[in-house]
Design a protein around this ligand. Structure first.
Ligand code: CDP
Length: 232
């Protein structure tokens, strides 16, 4: 498998995107990018600056902040203008506001440009988010759309928080996920939807290993096809 591919993974919160994308990237030696972390970073900065009700200021933050993602020890570290804000981007306040911030055209434009530029590297890339197959990399070599029932997705989120020692209420989590689903799928710009040529995987009843295996198989088959085409 020599060709370096672009792998786009989209899906709603708790569908297993991050876990699968990280493991797939690790196995292939590809760059892993969590695009949601960038929207979360801008949202956190807007909350801290108390400008959530001022779109001009939010857009300025998206345009002018240098956002760096560093993946190490299975985790994405987020830096804004050199400051490590990793621990703040998954707070309840960010969860509540991120879908509102990411609806703004002036926020999406600079972030999507940065995401597109990340493919200019000498290795393959696995990027996960909501609009990766449709807007960021419409020509991605592999497009995966993950889904799962709301119950399963909420259950996974609760488990993630509990593992970090944070107690959360399952109904609150379910409510936040449903609300974000609604905003993300109905927004005018780059809504969360399955690209026509994406392969859908329902992760409700499969293990992480099985879903990673499935994606790896699709990537390998695609790479082989591309290599054979080159030889012809
Ligand atoms: O981890 P989780 O699935 O909960 O969310 P995330 O991937 O961190 O994304 C947080 C929010 O950012 C989403 O609910 C979307 O509103 C927004 N987002 C987006 O608009 N486009 C992306 N490519 C990624 C995230």
């Amino acid at each position: 498998m020599s060709k370096k591919l672009i792998v786009a993974i989209d899906g709603p919160a708790g569908s297993g995107k991050s876990t699968s994308a990280k493991l797939v990237a690790q196995q292939l030696g590809y760059l892993y990018v969590d695009s949601g972390a960038m929207y979360r970073a801008v949202t956190f900065l807007a909350i801290r600056k108390n400008v959530l009700n001022n779109n001009v200021e939010i857009i300025k933050l998206a345009e002018e902040t240098e956002i760096d993602l560093k993946f190490a020890d299975g985790k994405t570290y987020v830096f804004t203008n050199g400051e490590n804000i990793t621990d703040y981007i998954r707070s309840a306040a960010v969860n509540e506001n991120v879908s509102i911030v990411s609806k703004i055209y002036g926020v999406r434009k600079p972030l999507v440009e940065k995401q597109k530029a990340m493919s200019n590297i000498n290795c393959g890339i696995v990027m996960e988010g909501r609009d990766i197959s449709t807007v960021v990399f419409p020509n991605a070599d592999v497009k995966i759309f993950l889904t799962a029932s709301i119950e399963k997705r909420a259950e996974r989120r609760v488990k993630e928080y509990n593992e970090k020692g944070i107690g959360v209420d399952v109904n609150e989590i379910k409510q936040n996920i449903s609300q974000r689903d609604k905003l993300d799928t109905t927004r005018e710009l780059s809504p969360l939807l399955k690209a026509k040529d994406a392969i859908e995987i329902d992760t409700s009843k499969v293990t992480i290993e099985e879903q990673v295996e499935k994606i790896l198989k699709i990537v390998k088959e695609t790479a082989d096809k591309r290599n054979n085409k080159k030889k012809l």
